[in-house]
Design a protein. Structure first.
Length: 324
């Protein structure tokens, strides 16, 4: 649970209403959040890894390449920045853990998410822009679903006839397919956690509660199914915007992005050039490769390595590339 002092600091930083964490939330804000962010040396490494189990999960997705582990780092940066951004833009939204956390914690006045994938888009559109009846239908479909292979295959094999039905199929597929991979070719979970098979990632009441909580954020969150470049360029002249950019990674010989996402071809050179020209702050997350480091250096970005501990307690490192 957050200490009262931390809650007050968060509230002051957000410049308005209290940030409401559930009472049993075990999110830990690192002490560094009380200080102004000190510029780190180029390529500096953070000491303590974030444990993903300590971050409150808001997204209904278990998104491949999701950035739950980066939430404390982004929170720290936004809180210690001179002022919170008026707008957080997450142009490659996917499971949108950063954008959703920023909206929930009041770390920006509003959040714009964009994503190209038709299936992922259906989820965000239903939750943030659907009718109340659509959201109710979605949560009822989740809580009322009888999990077995016949029912799962029936949903996966039938083309959805509405956006909300596509949203349901997407959440189901994300939780029933191995590794949460939604791109074509991923098989269904067989054994799963503790041999629970298809049930192992299906927590209907939790998913329904997350959908309800996100729906309550709808006045702050706008979702658009658009190309990331178009969205970045639209907000490029906003000094008070902060861009959180987590593209599929296919540069530097890494091909994971191709396997995980339907849309994975990005001109990384153009992305760096576009972001170097925006007036607002930029925080990017990338795999640590020579090519990415060169692109960051060429465009004058700061580079840091941030460690994270996954649920198996393995420490992994990614690059956080930023400009204030
Ligand atoms: C690394 S994932 C983002 C994960 C996200 N940060 C999270 O926490 O779940 C990258 C996402 O970008 C999307 N994408 C790829 N190309 C895009 C484009 N041109 N415009 C918008 N989204 C795109 C992919 O579909 C994928 O969902």
């Amino acid at each position: 649970m957050l200490s009262r002092a931390h809650a007050i600091r968060l509230r002051a930083a957000a410049g308005r209403r209290a940030v409401s964490f559930p009472r049993n939330d075990n999110v830990k804000v690192p002490p560094a959040c009380a200080r102004r962010h000190e510029p780190a040396a180029h390529g500096a490494a953070h000491a303590a890894p974030t444990n993903v189990a300590q971050v409150r999960q808001l997204s209904p997705f278990r998104y491949p390449g999701g950035k739950t582990w980066l939430v404390p780092e982004i929170r720290r940066r936004l809180i210690t920045a001179r002022q919170n951004p008026a707008l957080l833009v997450e142009p490659f939204a996917g499971g949108a853990m950063v954008g959703l956390s920023v909206a929930a914690e009041g770390l920006a006045k509003s959040v714009v998410l964009s994503e190209l994938d038709d299936d992922v888009a259906a989820v965000w559109r239903t939750i943030f822009h659907g009718r109340d009846a659509d959201v109710q239908w979605l949560r009822d479909a989740i809580t009322g679903f009888a999990v077995n292979e016949v029912n799962v295959r029936a949903i996966l094999d039938r083309p959805p006839t509405s956006d909300r039905a596509r949203a349901f199929r997407t959440i189901m597929r994300n939780r029933m397919q191995r590794g949460g991979i939604m791109a074509a070719g991923a098989g269904l979970i067989r054994a799963g956690e503790n041999g629970r098979g298809l049930h192992s990632r299906w927590y209907p009441e939790t998913l329904a509660a997350r959908i309800d909580a996100l729906r309550r954020l709808r006045s702050k969150v706008t979702f658009e199914q658009r190309d990331a470049f178009e969205v970045i360029e639209r907000f490029a002249s906003r000094k008070t915007a902060c861009f959180f950019v987590d593209p599929p990674y296919t540069a530097g010989g890494k091909r994971a992005g191709t396997r995980l996402y339907t849309h994975s071809t990005i001109d990384h050179q153009r992305l760096f050039a576009t972001l170097a020209a925006v007036k607002g702050a930029v925080i990017m997350s990338y795999d640590d490769t020579t090519e990415v480091r060169e692109l960051a250096a060429r465009h004058g970005f700061r580079v840091e390595t941030v460690p994270m501990k996954n649920t198996h307690h393995t420490v992994m490192r990614e690059l956080v590339i930023s400009k204030p």
